[in-house]
Design a binder for this molecule. Structure first.
Ligand code: PCA
Length: 228
């Protein structure tokens, strides 16, 4: 059995909901748990605060208690159209808005004297193709931003690379807004016509990603490069 930990985030930035909190809730249903069992997966999920430092600490606690083989961290990315697999975590906090505890670091490292970046060890192009074959929009992203999602991705990548008790691999996955968030986001940010994805598609996609990743497939040699 492959042990998979999935994390979601609380709402932030003036939104009342975060799709990843709802996804994490849906992953706990009996129906999903049965699919996981059939797919050879022991799944645990938890919710993290959108807070510098605390998000990483809570996730490390969950890792140490559950001892996963794979960690998927989920976050909301307003403006993204597809489920996006993050390739790279950078050692930089440069928060556009304060986090949920009021922290707003500017140009600070996530980890003092840590390496500039970590690449995910998971075969994310294979995972992307698996989603596309299901008819779910998916892409590779080469920037997780410089807010709490990147902070968590970098913090956990660094933790897994530097400790010896747990040999898990991790990735960060950004999801679009839910349709019901688009109007609120327009009010909050003034951004018009933001793309969205229904919750059912997100849950179906994340379930498929977990079961595919648990087979530890090899990476596909396809280009997913972008110029932006
Ligand atoms: N998205 C934010 C932090 C929490 C979340 O869901 C981000 O992309 O950094």
């Amino acid at each position: 059995m492959t042990r998979v930990l999935v994390t979601g985030f609380e709402p932030f930035g003036g939104q009342a909901i975060n799709p990843t909190a709802l996804i994490v809730e849906q992953l706990q249903t009996v129906e999903v748990q049965q699919k996981m069992e059939q797919g050879g997966v022991v799944l645990q999920s938890c919710l993290l605060p959108v807070v510098q430092g605390d998000s990483v600490k809570s996730c490390i606690q969950a890792i140490e208690a559950f001892k996963p083989n794979i960690v998927f961290m989920l976050g909301q990315a307003s403006g993204r159209e597809n489920i996006s697999f993050e390739k790279v975590a950078i050692n930089l906090d440069d928060f556009r808005i304060p986090d949920n505890a009021g922290n707003q670091p500017i140009d600070q490292p996530v980890v003092d004297k840590g390496p500039a970046a970590y690449f995910t060890q998971l075969p994310i192009k294979t995972l992307m193709q698996a989603l596309k074959q299901q008819g779910i929009g998916a892409e590779i992203s080469y920037s997780a931003g410089t807010f709490v999602c990147n902070h968590l991705f970098y913090g956990i990548s660094h933790y897994l690379a530097t400790q010896t008790q747990c040999s898990a691999v991790c990735d960060f996955i950004h999801v679009p807004l839910l349709p019901e968030q688009v109007e609120a986001e327009l009010r909050i940010t003034g951004n018009q016509s933001l793309p969205s994805m229904p919750l059912d598609a997100m849950v179906e996609g994340i379930v498929h990603v977990i079961i595919t990743a648990a087979r530890f497939p090899s990476e596909q040699q396809v280009s997913a490069g972008t110029i932006n």
